[in-house]
Design a protein around this ligand. Structure first.
Ligand code: 0O2
Ligand code: 0O2
Length: 267
């Protein structure tokens, strides 16, 4: 090991992690305020421990004078999302930012690792202003769902405990558990889709109801009292049994009647 001043070497990484955490947490707050829903659940970050940096350098054959180039996750940011779709939304928001530069991306969701690991990784170049001037560092942003994070956190701690030599049988069970976590994510996505569809249907239904009631009012203004009463009667009948298909037809017929009445009224 050289006589490197580690606290000086790690300082820009510490600063980058702090800055990126603030920026991404702000993005979360901003999206929540603007859209009432945020694709970001929570953000964490860390600077890799010196022992972990040295272990990885040894594993990847990176010499000590090239750590800043060869180890891309000395600064690590992790973004947790509720749904898989949110991960891609967050990735595209990060891609458009002007305060960082994307170096490359790894989609370990579509191409999950043999271990079962799933996450979306973005390696970025980030400018840091230190007391000594401007410097560029590499950082890794991991984007994952809560289920992916649950799995990765436990798998990481088990691997740590067994010093990365997990018995074959345990590895297989972890692969199965990762599959189950992925199925959970898929199920949550489909439940969410159904809720969103139900919301749209609810809005469509209430639009049909208000358009019929407005139309009946309009018939009265054209003195089509009998017709208006007939439509009111049909509306009551369909509304009572919640037949929205019939209400939609009624709304179309009513629009045609109004057009006719308008013509008769102003020939
Ligand atoms: P917050 O917002 O800082 O309070 P190591 O395994 O040695 O590389 P270490 O030191 O064991 O990492 O990490 P630790 O202490 O388990 O976690 C520190 C924080 O960073 C945790 O969040 C982790 O969720 C997160 N984290 C850990 N490893 C990584 C990583 O490789 N990449 C990224 N991007 N984040 C990581 P806090 O403490 O709630 O965060
Ligand atoms: P730590 O302790 O979290 O910092 P590779 O050569 O493919 O093995 P590489 O090139 O370093 O890995 O990058 P990759 O594949 O993008 O992985 C970087 C980080 O992703 C890891 O950092 C982990 O945080 C996470 N990761 C990747 N694979 C797994 C896995 O199978 N299980 C878990 N729990 N996390 C994984 P480190 O430095 O390995 O670990």
């Amino acid at each position: 090991m050289d006589g490197r001043d580690w606290s000086l070497f790690l300082q820009p990484y510490e600063q980058a992690v702090e800055e990126l955490k603030v920026k991404l947490k702000t993005m979360r707050t901003e999206l929540k305020a603007r859209e009432d829903y945020t694709p970001i659940e929570f953000v964490t970050g860390r600077v890799k421990r010196i022992s972990s940096i040295l272990d990885k350098a040894k594993l990847l054959n990176v010499s000590e004078d090239r750590l800043h180039l060869g180890i891309e996750d000395i600064a690590g940011i992790r973004i947790m999302c509720q749904f898989v779709d949110d991960i891609y939304r967050v990735a595209s928001l990060i891609r458009t930012r002007k305060d960082l530069k994307l170096v490359y991306e790894k989609d370990y969701i579509t191409n999950y690792k043999e271990s079962g690991y799933r996450s979306y990784h973005m390696i970025i170049e980030y400018p840091v202003q230190t007391a000594l001037g401007h410097t560029l560092i590499l950082a890794e942003i991991q984007i994952r769902t809560l289920a992916m994070n649950f799995w990765a956190t436990i798998e990481h701690s088990l691997n740590y405990k067994y010093k990365k030599a997990l018995p074959e049988e345990v590895q297989q069970r972890l692969q199965k558990a990762a599959e189950a976590a992925s199925q959970l994510d898929n199920e949550m996505t489909s439940i969410r889709k159904e809720i969103l569809d139900a919301q749209t249907t609810f809005e469509d239904n209430s639009n049909v109801v208000s358009s019929i009631l407005w139309g009946i009012q309009k018939l009265y203004t054209f003195h089509e009292v009998r017709l208006a009463a007939q439509y009111q009667h049909k509306f009551n009948e369909y509304y009572d049994i919640e037949d929205y298909w019939a209400l939609e037809q009624l709304s179309l017929d009513l629009a045609a009647e109004i057009a006719k009445a308008k013509k008769n009224h102003n020939p």
